[in-house]
Design a protein around this ligand. Structure first.
Ligand SMILES: [Fe+2]
Length: 198
């Protein structure tokens, strides 16, 4: 019997966390008040609001973020264990956590999260049709004459993987994994919270 091993696996971690009923309102309240964030979003063509460049204290600003971060941290620790990171007895620590409110038509071009180990997103409000998150094969630049994959190829064999999140979905991945967000075609806003652990 020939043996076929999967090497250099890319891990995507998915979990469900119940959405606190105050979370969406708290995010929108901050989006409404944060002038610096609104300005940054406007100047950088972000279709909506993000606190990415303006606020770095959400977990101290509202208990709902503090509680959420505690549960995300438990999942991050589990990811690190499953991926067998040798952290020399240390824990991964939250580096940044920010709100994204994407309006209709908003996209987020493919990117990485530099200077971090694990990144992820927690989805708060996901109207139907609000666009998937697309992950790319990190070997894309080296594929040369590799054939394209069959339409129905298994997840591990695909070059691009689209995940359509639901409210309460938590996704974690290693920060070097390139990803982007497909256009929000829904009428409503999609609210999510992204974070980096280093
Ligand atoms: Fe991202």
């Amino acid at each position: 019997m020939p043996a076929f091993s999967s090497l250099f696996a890319t891990q995507l971690y998915q979990a469900r966390l119940a959405v606190d009923r105050n979370l969406a309102r708290t995010c929108l309240g901050i989006a409404d008040e944060d002038r610096a964030g609104q300005r940054w979003a406007r100047d950088n063509g972000y279709g909506g609001y993000t606190s990415y460049a303006s606020l770095n204290d959400l977990t101290r600003r509202a208990t709902v973020f503090e509680t959420l971060e505690k549960s995300i941290a438990r999942h991050v620790a589990l990811f690190a264990r499953k991926a067998q990171f040798d952290l020399g007895g240390h824990k991964l620590k939250l580096d940044s956590l920010w709100i994204n409110v994407m309006d209709k038509g908003a996209v987020h071009a493919p990117h990485l999260h530099p200077h971090s180990v694990i990144s992820g997103t927690y989805y708060v409000t996901v109207p139907p049709g609000s666009g998937a998150i697309r992950f790319e094969d990190p070997r894309l630049a080296m594929l040369m004459a590799a054939p394209v994959k069959k339409r129905n190829a298994r997840l591990e064999n695909r070059t691009f993987v689209d995940i359509a999140p639901k409210a309460g979905t938590l996704l974690l991945w290693e920060s070097w994994l390139r990803h982007g967000v497909e256009p929000n075609r829904a009428k409503g806003q999609r609210i999510s919270i992204s974070f980096n652990y280093s």
